[in-house]
Design a protein around this ligand. Sequence first.
Ligand code: SAH
Length: 236
Amino acid sequence: MHVPATIRLTGGLMFLAAIAAPLTGGDPFSPLREQMVRQIEDRGVRNPDILRVMRATPRHLFLPGDLQSGAYQDRPLPIGYDATISQPYIVALMTELLEPAKSHRVLEIGTGSGYQAAVLAQLVDHVYTIEIVPALAQSAQQTLRRLGYSNVTVRQGDGYRGWPEEAPFPRIILTASPPEIPQTLVDQLARGGRLVAPVGRMGSQELVLIEKKADGSLRRRSVGPVAFVPMKPGGR
Ligand code: SAH
């Protein structure tokens, strides 16, 4: 029988992971996670804090049971309701572009599985994250609580409105793609702050970094092409 090389490789790694489990504190996914992080590092993300956090975050536990075996492949995976958990490399890249610091309060639009929020939570003071699909908001909140990420607040709602009660935010990240960056979110970005977002329509999105200077002026830089789920218009 012909078995594609990638599947054979994954199967082998799963086997290795299982026999290595007693050596890795009982987490059979540790070797796969280590390989995922090495791949991210090879592609140019060098911030040691981000690599450490991605090594420590159990990505498989943000996925339904039947998808957990693929959790450490470098690709997005469907989590239902037209949502995906983002590709690990893109999570790392966006986190690096955000330049997170321990003092930061971060606004995330598009909680999805809660994985990106969990990565950020380990690098900043607090993550405020908004998800439009009630079932996803609820399950992400449960996952984050169960795994002990106590500095994340999940809200079910429309990301286009932002989170005015907690604004301004020194850092804002969008993980769903609007056709253009909503002005409300730019307004909720603090001076000296950074906003990272996939912008544009399906098939022609780019990752954009916005810096708001001390005088309130904006600098916009395009980082490269990406493919995210579109941001839903919500209740406007
Ligand atoms: N950050 C997520 C990936 C999210 S995929 C993770 O780490 O798993 C994008 C998410 O944005 C989806 O869950 C989708 O339901 C949500 N979304 C789409 N439009 C939205 C909106 N207007 N407001 C808030 N969330 C939105």
